[in-house]
Design a protein. Structure first.
Length: 234
C-alpha cells in the first residue's frame, strides 16, 4: 500500500488516467476491453443472473462492464480511484441512458461501509495492477452477500503469458500500450484460489480467455495459460 494506506499504485492510476478520454473509443488502446466485454458479461450473467441483482464493479474505469451489466437489469455500482476515468464514465451515461452509481472510493473502504451488501461483485483486470491483491480479494468477499458471486479476471504468470500478454500484445500486435502490464504482478490461478479461500470464498470455477491474432477473435475456452476468469461463491 502507498503512504496514505491506499491499496493502489499512483503510477498505475496515472497511466490509465492519461488514456481516460479514449475509454469509449472502440478502436483506441481500450479496444481489447470492448472486444472481450461481451464474453465477460455473458459469462457473469449465465452463472449469476444479473437482472434485478445488486452488482458492484471494482476498478470500473470508464464503465464498459458497469454499463453493460446495468443494461442487463442490474442495480449497478462502479468504483475506481481515477477521477478522469470516473468523469468519462459519468459522461457516457448521458449518451447511453443507463444508470450506474459511480463512486471514487477504495474497495477496502466500501467494504467497511457496505458489508454483505451486493449479490455480485466483479473485479476485472485489476488485481495485476495493485500492490496487495489479497486485500482487494478480501474486501470483495466482505462486500458480497452470503450465497453471492465474486468474479475476478487477471493474467497467469508463466513464460507463455509473458510472451503473449507483454511481448505479443504490447510490442508486436500493439493491442495495448507498452508498459500496461508488469510480469511480476501476474497471478497464477493457484495463488488467486489460495487468496480467495483465505478470504472465505469457495466453489471456484475457472475459464480461460484466448485471442487468435489471425482471426482477431477472443473466445472463452478451457485454456487458462494466459488470461482467465475465476468465479467464487460466498
Amino acid at each position: 500500500m502507498d503512504n496514505d494506506g491506499i491499496n493502489a499504485d499512483p503510477m498505475e492510476l496515472e497511466k490509465f488516467s492519461q488514456l481516460a478520454h479514449r475509454w469509449w473509443d472502440p478502436n483506441s488502446e481500450f479496444k481489447p476491453l470492448h472486444d472481450i466485454n461481451p464474453l465477460r458479461l455473458n459469462y457473469i450473467d449465465q452463472l449469476a443472473g444479473l437482472e434485478g441483482k445488486k452488482v458492484l464493479d471494482v476498478g470500473c474505469g470508464g464503465g464498459i462492464l458497469s454499463e453493460s451489466m446495468a443494461a442487463r437489469g442490474a442495480d449497478t455500482t462502479g468504483i475506481d480511484l481515477s477521477d478522469k476515468a470516473l468523469k468519462v464514465a459519468k459522461l457516457h451515461l448521458l449518451e447511453s441512458g443507463n444508470q450506474v452509481d459511480y463512486r471514487k472510493i477504495t474497495v477496502e473502504m466500501l467494504a467497511q461501509e457496505l458489508p454483505n451488501h451486493f449479490d455480485i461483485v466483479t473485479c476485472m483486470e485489476m488485481l495485476e495492477h495493485v500492490p496487495d491483491p489479497a486485500s482487494v480479494i478480501q474486501a470483495c468477499a466482505d462486500l458480497t452477500k452470503p450465497g453471492g458471486w465474486v468474479f475476478f479476471s487477471t493474467i497467469n504468470r508463466n513464460p507463455k503469458s509473458y510472451l503473449y500478454a507483454i511481448i505479443g500484445a504490447e510490442y508486436i500486435l500493439k493491442l495495448l500500450p507498452r508498459g500496461t502490464h508488469e510480469y511480476a504482478k501476474f497471478l497464477k490461478p493457484s495463488e488467486l484460489a489460495r487468496m480467495a479461500r483465505n478470504a472465505g470464498l469457495s466453489d471456484a470455477k475457472i475459464i480461460g480467455m484466448t485471442y487468435n491474432p489471425i482471426t482477431k477473435i477472443y473466445a472463452l475456452e478451457p485454456d487458462t495459460s494466459v488470461n482467465y476468469i475465476m468465479a467464487f461463491r460466498t
